[in-house]
Design a binder for this molecule. Structure first.
Ligand SMILES: Cc1cc2nc3c(=O)[nH]c(=O)nc-3n(C[C@H](O)[C@H](O)[C@H](O)COP(=O)(O)OP(=O)(O)OC[C@H]3O[C@@H](n4cnc5c(N)ncnc54)[C@H](O)[C@@H]3O)c2cc1C
Length: 406
């Protein structure tokens, strides 16, 4: 069905796309449908590996509430044009055309009912229908611009093309084939690259704090977490390395080394009010029992011991606290200032923040302003979405934008 042939590479194509992931495959069939002659090459042994592992194997392929404000970039206007021309509804129509059953899990996040491989099969089917050819195991040695053409030297032969599309993503998950190749090519053609860092990534914590939190590993609770004027209400997960869960992944994209994050462990409740009321109505109740109404006893008592070591607060009856103590306990639960000592890095990060500077790229076509025929799409650009299907929506939208022009 797809054209993953073993034939020698053609020596000339109209459009060469490097990277057979979400953005590259999208661009391939959109351009193929316009009658352009397309070849997609990838160094990996399989195409679309990140699509396959995405969304816990069910691919959170878009978000129906997608807005430019769901993206982080040094140029916040850049993503607007492509996102408005290829919307979540356009991708949903494609998914429906292929009879892929899907559902909204929460917060506008659309997932496959079955498996992520349905989305990859759909993209490959569309590529096949449009005549786009795909080759894996193809390593690129060198790229040279000569007149109106690009000469691309690979382990499978030399190819020349009129349009060259870089869809090789960022540095996240090197084990899945991620490389800094796209940034290297951008620099070769004198485009600026915004410094990168791991995003949508769990936090690590220092050994001392980790020991104190160790009993909580595997526990999860809804929180509100803030950093750098941004906040997210989602679940936090304590892990054996530190903190994870959707709330933490989201805020990690706004966190810089040394910053503290602010965690509200009981966001919906005025804890001071509750504690004062309990002191009046149930004076003999223990502090930990009262707080355990809102989370497990274990989660309730571990932070109290961390914040007030040697005070024995957790086992004390509520009538032994004055109002100042209760206020200070409530404040800690609502405003836990936590300083991660780092992140798990690109090894587990879902995305890479930063990348090819959007000021050097046309927001209409994805073509480099300084180099006719050279295009950048998907995550290699300095456009990073929030968690929840936004990163794929950017891959589809930027891929489609380039596909209309290459
Ligand atoms: C574990 C995980 C889960 C995720 N889940 C979701 C989700 O549910 N929803 C969501 O919206 N986003 C999710 N993401 C993010 C999403 O997968 C990416 O943002 C998206 O795939 C980016 O598309 P892309 O085409 O730019 O890059 P990719 O899809 O990563 O494709 C890049 C391709 O380029 C190839 N390549 C790289 N370097 C070279 C080279 N030097 N030569 C040749 N080929 C090369 C790679 O092999 C790869 O096939 C997830 C990411 C991860 C890591």
């Amino acid at each position: 069905m797809t054209s993953l042939s073993n034939k020698p590479l053609p020596t000339k194509v109209e459009v060469l796309i490097i990277g057979a992931g979400a953005a590259g495959l999208m661009c391939a069939f959109v351009a193929g449908q316009r009658g352009r002659q397309i070849l997609v090459i990838d160094h990996a042994n399989k195409v679309g590996k990140k699509i396959l592992i995405s969304g816990g194997g069910r691919c959170n392929f878009t978000n129906i509430h997608c807005e430019p404000s769901n993206y982080i970039s040094n140029n916040t206007n850049f993503c607007k044009s492509a996102l408005s021309r290829y919307t979540p509804s356009d991708f949903i129509a494609l998914v429906d055309k292929h009879n892929i059953a899907h559902h909204e899990k929460k917060l506008g996040q659309l997932f496959c009912d079955n498996k992520s491989k349905d989305i990859l099969a759909m993209l490959l089917n569309e590529c096949h229908q449009s005549g786009a050819k795909i080759r894996t195991h193809c390593n690129i040695n060198k790229i040279k611009a000569t007149g109106n053409y690009f000469e691309v030297n690979t382990n499978l032969g030399q190819i020349s093309c009129q349009s060259l599309v870089i869809a090789t993503s960022g540095l996240s998950i090197p084990k899945m084939g991620a490389t800094g190749f796209g940034y290297q090519i951008a620099k070769q053609f004198n485009l600026d690259v915004i410094p990168t860092r791991a995003a949508l990534v769990p936090f690590t914590v220092d050994t001392r704090t980790l020991e104190k939190l160790s009993g909580l590993s595997g526990s999860s609770l809804p929180v509100s977490v803030s950093c750098d004027n941004m906040s997210f209400k989602e679940n936090l997960l304590f892990t054996h390395r530190g903190l994870s869960g959707p709330a933490i992944l989201q805020i990690s994209s706004y966190w810089k080394a040394g910053d503290h994050i602010k965690i509200d462990l009981i966001p919906e409740i005025d804890l001071f009010k509750v504690l004062k009321e309990k002191k009046r109505t149930h004076p003999k109740s223990e502090l930990k029992t009262i707080i355990a109404q809102f989370m497990t006893k274990n989660v309730a008592q571990t932070p109290i011991n961390l914040w007030f070591p040697d005070c024995g607060f957790v086992n004390k009856a509520i009538n032994q606290f004055n109002h100042a103590d209760l206020n200070s306990i409530a404040n800690q639960f609502h405003c836990w200032h936590f300083t991660p000592n780092g992140t798990e890095g690109y090894r587990t990060a879902e995305v890479t923040l930063g990348g090819v500077n959007c000021n050097d790229i046309s927001s209409k076509t994805m073509q480099a302003n300084k180099h006719k025929g050279l295009y950048f799409i998907g995550e290699v650009l300095d456009v990073t979405g929030h968690l929840g299907g936004f990163n794929f929506q950017w891959a589809w939208a930027s891929g489609a934008a380039a596909g209309e022009h290459v």
